[in-house]
Design a protein around this ligand. Structure first.
Ligand code: ADP
Length: 261
């Protein structure tokens, strides 16, 4: 199984071009982090890859073109963790995670033992087994994020798209979720494409970083090549210092001017 191969991906909203021709190749087991300022087109790129918005250009998911796949076939290949997941009110964690099995359940059928087994395995893996009967709405932010990830993993897709998976989490839970994804992608050779606002995390977890600006790839490569102070300053309008850290560059915000006491 090959990973994701895209050539010249374009997307428009109401006639306005938001993605201007993005090329992207991601191998199984590889984690690519898409960074860029607000409005650069990161979420749109993930939506295009998941086939939820119409896109131009070529997108291949594994050995098939996205355009040739039916909805359920896409769902068996691509799992999405959206930025603001819609969690139905009152739905228990087990049933919510079972939604990830939808591509495997016949249209008019019920889930089977294999589906229940898979959901239980994923709940165990993500330390959610003790919450199985609890409504998702009654989970803490970190637990809820794990439930959303569990739903995506229950889908058994080989491509995982994560849109800002750590936004609502405290530092410890951010690390937990990212380490978990890192372990899973190595174990199961998943393609992981994620957006991340935190550039230090992007450098720590991404094999490669893609910097998107105004809907095109402005820079791409290993984190230490892309995340340089002048690049971050130019594209994010931020003042930073880049310091060598134990796991790659640390992108440290600094005050641009200091008033004297
Ligand atoms: P990012 O994820 O990098 O912040 P987005 O992909 O969300 O960027 O948005 C890229 C551009 O597309 C922005 O200018 C945004 O306002 C616009 N956009 C996003 N979604 C829609 C939509 N549903 N309708 C119209 N414009 C949109």
């Amino acid at each position: 199984m090959t990973g994701v191969v895209c050539h010249g991906v374009t997307a428009r909203y109401n006639g306005t071009t938001v993605l201007g021709g993005v090329d992207l190749v991601v191998e199984p087991g590889e984690w690519v982090v898409v960074v860029g300022p607000n409005g650069a087109g990161k979420t749109t790129l993930l939506r295009a890859l998941a086939g939820v918005i119409p896109a131009g250009g070529e997108i291949a998911l594994g050995d098939r073109e996205l355009a040739d796949l039916r909805r359920r076939e896409v769902a068996a290949r691509v799992a999405v963790v959206p930025q603001t997941p819609v969690v139905p009110e009152g739905v228990a964690v087990f049933d919510y995670v079972m939604l990830g099995r939808t591509p495997y359940i016949p249209y008019w059928g019920m889930e089977g033992p294999v589906d229940r087994l898979r959901v239980n395995e994923v709940l165990e893996r993500l330390d959610l087994a003790s919450f199985a009967a609890r409504p998702v709405s009654a989970l803490s932010g970190g637990e809820r994020q794990r439930a959303v990830l569990a739903r995506a993993l229950a889908q058994d897709a080989s491509i995982l798209l994560l849109d800002e998976p750590t936004t609502a989490l405290d530092l410890g839970h951010q690390q937990q979720v990212l380490e978990l994804v890192d372990g899973l992608r190595r174990e199961s050779q998943l393609v992981v494409i994620s957006t991340l606002h935190d550039l230090t995390f992007a450098a720590q977890f991404g094999d490669r970083v893609i910097l998107l600006a105004d809907g095109v790839v402005a820079a791409e490569g290993p984190p230490e090549m892309v995340l340089q102070a002048d690049v971050v300053s130019r594209y994010f309008g931020a003042t930073v210092e880049v310091v060598a850290g134990p796991d790659g560059p640390l992108i440290v915000p600094v005050r641009s001017s200091r008033s004297s006491p």
